[in-house]
Design a binder for this molecule. Structure first.
Ligand code: GLA
Length: 655
């Protein structure tokens, strides 16, 4: 179990380093990430490299038995880079340059940026590939965090090349994007621009491809650095820190290139449901590489400084959230950063060692967490659940389009479906539409608007083989170019769900005012449900109608159907339920598939999650709880009732 954080000793004089390592040992730190933002210190000019300070840092850490996750330092180019090569700077969609003065001011596709980053990494890897302190490599930092979408001329040229590789001929692109509409027909790939600020809606097929291209451009940076590190002879695992369900990066594709998945997580302590979004991000990380533990690479010990109002974490919250990551498959808990900065943009960001020193609540909690992590039992790899939830970047991007029947926030809606499982303590894995689904009994695929022929065949085969698949409104609407298939909607999954979709209708968006239907209630075997956002007008073909709309735009129309298909069942819910509705429908469909809670009778604010042979319980609520432990499990813990105060946690061995 790794424990530590980003360590930026270049901010401090060397006498402070000695105190750092002494206090790191007190806190039980085992791993620090070094060199994330030191490019300007290592290479003050293009022709000069200064490594001696970093040699001394690595030596000091090694002498003190603290391992290093060595960052490549490419996330923030020094001033000479943009002074000499102004073309490295990215541009926004209005053509405004994003200037130096903060960080991440580079166009991922800039040949100069790539060459200079490659040189830095080549030198770094040659020097430290076999350093005994280095146990991991950390490429760049939060790739795409501030500048995920670049519209510069470099991006434009690279986008053209990417499109040419994808479509081979400009005719194929014209067909895929239906460019004949609004007179957009291209004669050559060089005419295609990134979706810069335009008078009205962009071509949705073009925007979708631009998002795919932008994700690939960032991934290329990772691959470039990774290959340089390997070529130098380094054998340690190589990672880059991801950011949960980060909209700009298709992490399914990225994770396949990474040795270890690592994540940065900064939920808002003021959000009462923050622990559920954190659980979702953790389960996503576990899903990205299900056969390996992942690392919580960054979180804050206390407040951040980048929200309009930055609440502290209440006592115990930092530990409870850390243990939650462990319970969901993390083999390491790290923070940004070790010592709070004295100046600079993040001076108010909390750290493991606060500005007020070690005699503080935060440092006491950090030391206690170090002890707790050391005393955990040996944990297996995160286990596979019986339920799965589909999360897919193509759909996130396509649903982000502005010209749809209703504005939908893909991440928000998928998170709410996840919460429905989480609230009921039903373990769920995060998968994509191409994942191996054998072994799952129930799969929920919310907002599966875009579906490729292969994904559709894959999901159908899951149902045919005995699985229970639930989809909601706006499913199987377009192909992977964001175009309707000929002949109507639900063209690839119609047989699986046994329904025909005629039309979509929008309700008044939740939280907004305006004339029209605010919701559409339906009857269902899971009880009455309140539908929001959309209603689909569907007709049962082979499906049984389980429930009908009782109000809204189409009272009496089928709203919830079940279709026996092979040995499984496809459920179509023709709207998007509110939170209570999601909870009921998830419970009901899971029951039909024989899937229940990991533990019954728990309060909603007590989380129960299984990691291999251990079940962890965390009380996220503000009140004390007593957990009744079933007699068979009580043998392991020695008691039949366990008390958990607010933010307290425990685990039991449950093979
Ligand atoms: C990100 C970055 C860190 C730091 C934190 C602050 O995670 O990787 O360098 O800026 O945010 O929350």
């Amino acid at each position: 179990m790794h424990y530590g954080g980003d360590y930026n000793p270049e901010q401090w004089s060397e006498d402070v380093w000695a105190e750092d390592v002494r206090l790191m040992r007190t806190a039980g730190v085992t791993l620090v990430t070094v060199n994330v933002f030191s490019w300007s210190v290592i290479q003050p000019r293009e022709s000069i490299f200064e490594w001696e300070w970093l040699d001394r840092v690595l030596e000091l850490l090694h002498e003190n038995e603290i391992s290093v996750d060595l960052a490549t330092g490419t996330a923030s180019p020094p001033p000479w880079v943009s002074e000499r090569y102004p073309g490295v700077l990215p541009q926004d969609d209005g053509g405004a340059t994003l200037w130096p003065g903060s960080r991440q001011h580079y166009a991922p596709t800039s040949p100069d940026y790539r060459r200079l980053a490659a040189t830095l990494v080549t030198e770094l890897a040659a020097r430290y590939h076999d350093h005994p302190a280095v146990v991991m490599w950390h490429v760049n930092n939060e790739l795409g965090c501030h500048t995920p979408w670049d519209y510069s001329d470099n991006a434009s040229a690279a986008f053209g090349r990417w499109l040419e590789a994808r479509y081979q001929s400009i005719e194929a692109l014209n067909k895929a994007w239906n460019t004949v509409f609004w007179s957009q027909r291209y004669a050559d790939f060089s005419q295609v621009l990134p979706p810069r600020k335009a008078p009205s809606f962009h071509n949705p097929g073009a925007v979708l491809d631009f998002k795919r291209f932008s994700s690939d451009a960032l991934l290329e940076l990772f691959i470039m650095e990774r290959d340089i590190i390997r070529a130098a002879g380094a054998t340690q695992p190589i990672t880059t820190n991801l950011m949960g369900p980060f909209p700009p990066g298709d992490y399914w594709k990225w994770a396949a290139e990474m040795d270890v998945v690592s994540n940065d997580a900064y939920p808002d302590p003021n959000d009462p449901e923050a622990f559920r979004s954190l659980a979702f991000a953790s389960d996503l990380m576990r899903g990205l590489k299900p056969d390996k533990p992942w690392l919580l690479m960054e979180q804050s010990t206390n407040a951040v400084q980048w929200r309009p109002s930055n609440a502290r974490k209440q006592p115990g919250v930092m530990a409870a959230w850390s243990i939650q990551s462990v319970s969901r498959g993390a083999d390491g808990v790290l923070f940004f950063q070790w010592r709070q900065s004295r100046a600079g943009a993040e001076k108010f960001h909390s750290a493991m060692l606060p500005h007020a020193g070690p005699e503080t609540r935060v440092f006491r909690e950090i030391t206690a967490l170090g002890d707790d992590l050391r005393s955990l039992p040996k944990l297996g790899i995160g286990s596979r659940a019986r339920a799965a939830l589909v999360f897919d970047w193509d759909n996130l991007w396509a649903i982000g389009d502005e010209a749809l029947p209703a504005q939908l926030d893909y991440n928000e809606i998928v998170q709410r479906w996840y919460n429905a499982f989480h609230r009921q303590h039903i373990g769920v894995d995060i998968v994509n539409p191409r994942s191996d689904l054998s072994g799952y009994d129930v799969v929920v695929a919310p907002l599966l608007y875009l579906v490729s022929d292969q994904s559709a065949a894959h999901l159908s085969a899951f149902v045919e083989g005995g699985g229970h698949l639930l989809v909601s409104a706006f499913t199987d609407v377009v192909d992977e170019t964001d175009a309707f298939r000929p002949g109507g909607y639900l063209r690839t999954l119609g047989g699986t769900f046994g329904v025909r979709v005629e039309e979509y209708d929008a309700l008044v968006l939740p939280g907004t005012d305006g004339p029209g239907f605010r919701s559409a209630t339906l009857d269902s075997p899971a009880g009455p449900l309140v539908g929001t956002f959309l209603v689909d007008e569907i007709h049962a073909v082979t499906a049984d109608v389980l429930g009908r709309f009782t109000d809204g735009p189409i009272p009496g129309a089928p709203a919830f159907t079940a279709n026996r298909f092979g040995s499984g069942v496809g459920y179509y819910l023709a709207t998007i339920p509110d939170d209570a509705g999601m909870t009921s429908v998830v419970r009901w469909v899971a029951e039909q598939a024989g899937v229940g809670a990991e533990f019954s009778g728990l309060p909603e604010l007590v989380e129960a999650s299984r990691r291999d042979q251990h079940v962890f319980f965390i009380n996220h609520g503000a009140t004390d709880v007593w957990l009744d432990i079933p007699t068979s499990d009580a043998v392991n813990v020695g008691v039949e009732r366990v008390y958990l105060g607010p933010q307290e946690w425990t685990w039991l061995h449950r093979p």
